[in-house]
Structure formats: C-alpha cells, structure tokens
Ligand binder design. Structure first.
Ligand code: E4P
Length: 214
C-alpha cells in the first residue's frame, strides 16, 4: 500500500516529505493551474522538493499529439519516477499502450467503470485512479465503484493497481483500502488528519497531565 499527496503545491510537497509516510505525488491540470503557468518546469520543482517516489503528471494538452509529447517530455525529466496520468478516454487508452511500449509508466485517471479498468489492464497501466468523492456525489457511490474495479482486476489477474483519489476525509481513505483499493492519494490536510481521533487526543491529554512538562 502506498500513500501519495494529491497536490501540485511545492509547499505541500515539502511538508508531505516531512510526514514520513507519504511516498509520492499526484497532480492534475487543475491543481497545476493554481500553482504555475509552466507545468513542466513546475514538475521539475516538485521532483526536487520531493526527492523519491512516483510523481503522476497529467498533460495539460488535450489532443492526442499534445498529450503524447507532453507525457514524453514529463517522463524524460525523471524516467524512473514520472507516471503519465491520462483521463480514461479512447485516445488515452491508445496513448497509454504506446507510452508503455516506450517504457513510460502510465495511469488512467477519472475512472468510474469496470470497462475502463479492463482497458487500463490491456494497455499495461500501473494504476487506475477512481475519484471516490466525486462518484459518491454523482453515481452509485464511490466505494461501490472501488469494489467493482477491484472485482474486475481480480478477475483479470491484473497487475494494474487501484489508486483511490478524490478523497476528502480519513474515513474515505481507510474505506477505499477496505473496499479494494491498493493505494490512496489525498490532499495534505486529509493526510495530516489520518491519525486524528477524539479518544486518542483525550488519552494524550491524560498522559501529559500525569507528567507535567517543565
Ligand atoms: C487525482 O489524482 C486527482 O488529482 C484528484 O483526486 C481529483 O479529485 P478532486 O478534484 O475531487 O479532489
């Protein structure tokens, strides 16, 4: 199981690197647009501030050729670390097959159906990325989606992993794993909130009171 940061902020990446349990980063064009007008240069900054692990980069271009060239340029910055993240369309499936053949790891993102999981498997993607909270708001429920993707990948005996995304709470993070996701990506505030529990906090207060600090 791998926990990733879902952000394009350099400050968030630096803070996540300090947490000790975050192993990589996911970005998307909307997150990038909040931080920069030069996404490839910004990707280099993220790679530098978060020095190990996968960084998922989603091309900002939308045509097949634009996505292909931007994904290649991103991967060339750190071939062992950059994962090309592509929205689950026909073009993206075709492109993922080509890039995978070139040795560039790919992920299909904005995944909501087992049919998309099947195609990600066929294209050799390392991850499919379901949007749990968005699915919870618009369809059968985010965890039902995760369940059905997990069933499809198990049926195919696939090496493709499920990276649950669009996670807005610690419960969504843990429930995603319990429902079949292999890995999770979440914003910094959600990651920081993972250990929070009122009974843990009251126990900490009790222990501290037993040994007043000087
Ligand atoms: C995943 O990689 C996406 O960046 C992200 O989780 C999208 O979902 P959101 O915009 O609902 O947070």
């Amino acid at each position: 199981m791998t926990i990733l940061l879902d952000s394009a902020s350099v400050d968030d990446a630096a803070a996540a690197a300090e947490l000790g349990f975050v192993r990589g980063i996911t970005t998307n064009p909307a997150l990038m647009a909040r931080e920069t007008k030069e996404p490839l240069a910004h990707l280099e900054r993220l790679l530098a501030v978060f020095p190990e692990g996968p960084v998922c980069y989603q091309p900002t271009g939308t045509s097949f050729a634009a996505m292909r060239e931007e994904a290649r340029a991103a991967a060339s910055l750190a071939p062992d670390r950059v994962v090309a993240k592509l929205p689950a369309t026909l073009d993206a499936v075709r492109l993922a097959g080509i890039l995978t053949g070139e040795g560039i790891r790919c992920a299909l993102t904005a995944v909501y159906s087992p049919a998309q999981a099947l195609l990600a498997h066929e294209a050799g993607c390392v991850w499919i990325i379901p949007y749990v909270d968005r699915a919870a708001r618009h369809s059968d429920g985010g965890l039902t989606v995760v369940n059905s993707l997990a069933a499809m990948l198990a049926r195919l005996q696939s090496d493709t992993r499920i990276l649950a995304a669009s996670l807005k709470s610690s419960v969504q993070v843990s429930d995603s794993i319990l429902h079949g996701a292999h890995d999770v990506t979440a914003p910094l505030d959600v990651l920081r909130g993972l250990p929070a529990h009122p009974l843990t906090e009251s126990a900490v207060r009790e222990f501290a009171a037993a040994w007043p600090q000087t």
